[in-house]
Design a protein around this ligand. Structure first.
Ligand SMILES: Cc1cc2nc3c(=O)[nH]c(=O)nc-3n(C[C@H](O)[C@H](O)[C@H](O)COP(=O)(O)OP(=O)(O)OC[C@H]3O[C@@H](n4cnc5c(N)ncnc54)[C@H](O)[C@@H]3O)c2cc1C
Ligand code: FES
Length: 333
């Protein structure tokens, strides 16, 4: 059974009754519905319900302000159609999936600790793993309300392997379930790929990847794919971590891959006297200090906690005036 969704003044599409949200149903139908995080945090998927019945999956989702809620705004990633509906939303081609999304049972093959509180999870799917480097997938961690997004840290492959770097967030329900409620051999539904912060292969600009904490996952994927393109362009990879022990890139890339990159680890809380001779401070400040300009010759990819993303946006957009089309990021809400 499915419900027909009509966009006022636009196209219509069908959403299967077992689909978990209007957004994922729209994207699966190839509709360019606006979105970013897919999990209720950013507010980019706002729409108006003109008629029909829609379940609100997370009424307190932070992606909407109290004022917007009062004005009847809804989030497509937190809405589930219960009948045929008419909605008002402005779609755009840039949101159309670049790779068709798939929903399948993924088997947890391995979980390996790569730093304190940080693990690489390796899942096996039934078919080839098709995505663009930098994209993310959506899981429903066992026993937890709502979905959680995790970004692929490997490259697309025919073997159906999907890798993720997951940080155990203190007190966080979903991330802790990914560590404690799931054992190798268990299966979980994975819905992927989503997101627009994927590697643009069609230009010769230098690639700048910046990852903070678990944000290294997607940017390692982008950096590795950029190296594989074998173009003349340089690939810079900045990793922000608290201490040397928290660095993940040495566990995710081979020494040869690291040598082929300009890898810049940046530590914000490394004790004095530890013998660390590398960069200290916040990762965005190191980008500002050491990236060769002009800014136009770079394509930027970054991922991590909201304060790091905001600091990078401030640097690139407000101060360096980088072209917006050359900036791609995921904020880890
Ligand atoms: C695009 C994207 C990519 C990401 N990639 C990674 C990654 O590669 N590695 C990584 O470690 N983290 C990643 N994250 C962050 C990750 O999705 C989780 O937010 C993080 O693991 C903390 O989740 P938690 O459940 O432990 O914390 P919690 O504080 O329990 O929950 C945090 C998030 O869960 C969602 N949520 C909470 N309650 C509900 C509810 N009732 N209904 C629906 N949703 C709810 C919200 O999005 C909230 O921000 C990514 C986030 C985004 C948006
Ligand atoms: S995509 Fe729905 S709130 Fe971010």
């Amino acid at each position: 059974m499915s419900h027909h969704i009509q966009i006022e003044g636009g196209d219509g599409f069908d959403v299967s009754a077992d689909e978990d949200s209007l957004l994922r149903g729209a994207l699966r139908a190839g509709v360019g519905m606006p979105y970013e995080c897919g999990v209720g945090g950013c507010g980019n998927c706002r729409f108006d319900l003109v008629s029909g019945e829609m379940q609100n999956l997370w009424p307190e989702a932070p992606g909407l302000s109290e004022r917007e809620r009062k004005r009847g705004k809804r989030l497509a990633c937190q809405s589930r159609p219960l009948s045929d509906c008419v909605i008002k939303v402005r779609c755009a081609d840039e949101y159309r999936p670049v790779v068709p999304t798939q929903r399948f049972q993924a088997l947890l093959a391995q979980r390996r600790e790569i730093a304190p509180g940080m693990a690489e999870l390796v899942f096996k799917g039934p078919e080839s793993a098709t995505f663009r480097p930098g994209q993310y997938g959506v899981f429903h961690p066992p026993g937890v309300e709502g979905p959680r997004a995790y970004s692929m840290s490997n490259l697309p492959n025919a073997e159906g392997e999907w890798r993720f770097v997951v940080r155990r967030v203190p007190g966080g329900k979903g991330s802790n379930a990914m560590f404690d409620a799931l054992a190798p051999g268990d299966t979980l539904t994975l819905d992927a790929p989503y997101g627009a912060a994927y590697l643009r292969e069609d230009n010769a600009r230098d690639v700048v990847c910046v990852g903070g904490g678990s944000g290294v996952g997607p940017v390692v994927s982008v950096a590795r794919a950029a190296l594989k393109l074998g173009k003349e362009n340089r690939v810079h990879l900045f990793e922000g971590a608290r201490t040397q022990a928290d660095l993940c890139v040495p566990a995710l890339l081979t020494p040869e891959e690291i040598a082929a990159l300009n890898y810049v680890p940046v530590l914000s809380a490394e004790p004095d006297g530890s013998g660390w001779g590398g960069a200290r401070g916040f990762v965005h400040a190191q980008v500002e200090q050491s990236l060769p300009l002009p800014v136009e010759k770079h394509e930027f990819y970054f991922a991590g906690p909201p304060p790091m993303i905001e600091a990078m946006q401030d640097l690139l957009v407000m101060r360096w005036k980088a072209p917006l089309t050359q900036i791609h990021f995921d904020k880890f809400f």
